[in-house]
Structure formats: structure tokens, C-alpha cells
Design a protein around this ligand. Structure first.
Ligand SMILES: [Zn+2]
Length: 271
């Protein structure tokens, strides 16, 4: 696969310079790519107008909850003692715009950050990055208490590159609109200081169950070995809302009490 092959595939999906996309991606899904993640990022910014990607860094900035701070229905863990908490806090890093993107999000977001000069928001746990004419508007919609604001502001599509809907954060936004999947989490803000953040989303391991309902809205191409799908953001939001309104446990597991799904369901039932 080359940059041109990837750009051609994206154009087959109808993407062009007017498109705004949020990209969730797996580099290895393509098979071999000449130029690696850089070639993928170059193809995306060449074809699309504005490219939004996650840039979270919770692996570096996150801490456990402090001892005794137990929010209801929060499915999180506390440090058992203050010395343990202080140690975790000292091991964490406070957010800086040049922190690497969490590896869990894949190679492409970190390469995008390093090679495409995107703007980046300052949320210590859940930052976003974007390049293109709408970047400022989209990123400006994030607030410390509303991390998924950029997805709300995006006027365009979800692009899944070799990943399933388990990576589709727009589903979490619809959940949060309905009072579900709103968690409190903790991050280091400066040496010796920590902050509680709210509306951090929860688990997504069953989100692929949404696929049949989204099929009428989904455009799909194969690029190399990668299955690449484009779904209008609005269709993801409205379909998720319909599923949850019909069944509060939609897209959640109900058999694993250790999972965040159970707490998310309780949040919805009480909302
Ligand atoms: Zn679950």
C-alpha cells in the first residue's frame, strides 16, 4: 500500500476537501504500508478537509481515585492509603501539549501529532487533535467538564480504518447525551496537585453490536487488507439513541459486574 492507494480509497468513500472526519485507526490493518503511519496521515490530510483524532494521554497523566473518594456508580479504583496515592501522583506526568498520545490509541494518532502539526486541546486525560480549516472550531468545543465536545462540534463523518465500532467514541457521546457512561476520573495537574474530571466515557467492548443498525448509512471500501468505513456522525448519534431508548442496556454487557457497563446502566436508569 502506498499513500496514493490510501488516498484513492478515501476518495472512493466520497471524501473530499469539504469533509470533516473523526478518524479511529489501526496501521497494521492495511498490511504493509510504504511510508508507514506517516503515509496514512498524509493521505488523510490530502483528501479530507479537517481531520480530527483522539490524543488522550491518560496512561501518563492519570491517577487512581484518592483514598475514600468514592463517587456512586463510578466503577473505578481508589488508592488504599495516602502514601500509595502520593506515590502514584508522583509517578504521573502533568499534561503538556507535547506529551505522546496514549499507545492504546494506535500508531496513527501519535504520528499525526508529530508530522501534521495539528492543534491539540489541553484536557489532561482526553485531549483531541485536529488539522484543517475547521480544527479551531471543533477543538474549541471541548471543555474540561465535557471532553467529547469536539465530536459534538464535528460536522461530518466517523471514519473507521481497520477498527470496529469498539473504537467509535461517537457512540459514547450519544450515551452521555442520555445520561449514561459518565464517569469521574483523576489526573495530575501539576507537581503535588490532582484534579477530578467528569464525563469520561466508559466501556465499549460490545459496541460492534450497533453494526447492523448502521449498515444503511455505512459506506465501505477495502484498502489493502483494511476494511475502511465512513458513517455520518449524525447517524451514529441517532441510531445509538434509538437503541438506548428502546433498551437502556443496549451495547452494554450485563453479566460482568467488574465491567464499567453495569455502572453505566445504573447511571441511565437513574437519569
Ligand atoms: Zn462490559
Amino acid at each position: 500500500m502506498t499513500r496514493n492507494d490510501i488516498a484513492d480509497g478515501l476518495r472512493q468513500l466520497g471524501l473530499d476537501r469539504t469533509s470533516e472526519v473523526i478518524v479511529h485507526s489501526s496501521l497494521s490493518s492495511f498490511g504493509y504500508v510504504d511510508g508507514g503511519a506517516e503515509a496514512v496521515c498524509a493521505a488523510l490530510t490530502e483528501v479530507c478537509g479537517t481531520v480530527l483524532m483522539p490524543a488522550g494521554s491518560w496512561d501518563l497523566t492519570g491517577t487512581p481515585a484518592p483514598p475514600g473518594l468514592v463517587r456512586p456508580r463510578n466503577a473505578f479504583w481508589n488508592a488504599e492509603t495516602w502514601p500509595e496515592f502520593d506515590e502514584k501522583l508522583s509517578q504521573a506526568t502533568s499534561f503538556r501539549p507535547d506529551l505522546p498520545v496514549d499507545k492504546w490509541l494506535g500508531t496513527i494518532p501519535e504520528t499525526f501529532r508529530r508530522t501534521c502539526s495539528p492543534a491539540r486541546t489541553g484536557h489532561p486525560l482526553f485531549s483531541y487533535q485536529a488539522a484543517g480549516p475547521a480544527a479551531e472550531r471543533i477543538l474549541g468545543a471541548q471543555r474540561p467538564d465535557w471532553p467529547l465536545g469536539p465530536i459534538e462540534a464535528l460536522d461530518g463523518d466517523v471514519l473507521l480504518i481497520g477498527v470496529s465500532h469498539t473504537s467509535n467514541t461517537t457512540i459514547h457521546l450519544a450515551e452521555q447525551h442520555l445520561g449514561r457512561s459518565r464517569f469521574y476520573r483523576y489526573a495530575k495537574s501539576a507537581d503535588g496537585l490532582w484534579v477530578e474530571y467528569l464525563n469520561i466515557p466508559g466501556d465499549s467492548h460490545l459496541f460492534d453490536d450497533i453494526e447492523p443498525a448502521l449498515r444503511p448509512y455505512t459506506k465501505e471500501v477495502q484498502i489493502g487488507q483494511a476494511r475502511v468505513r465512513r458513517i455520518p456522525k449524525q447517524a451514529v448519534l441517532s441510531t445509538t439513541c434509538q437503541l438506548i431508548e428502546a433498551d437502556p442496556a443496549a451495547l452494554l454487557c450485563t453479566d460482568d459486574p467488574s465491567c464499567r457497563c453495569a455502572a453505566a446502566l445504573e447511571q441511565r436508569l437513574l437519569s
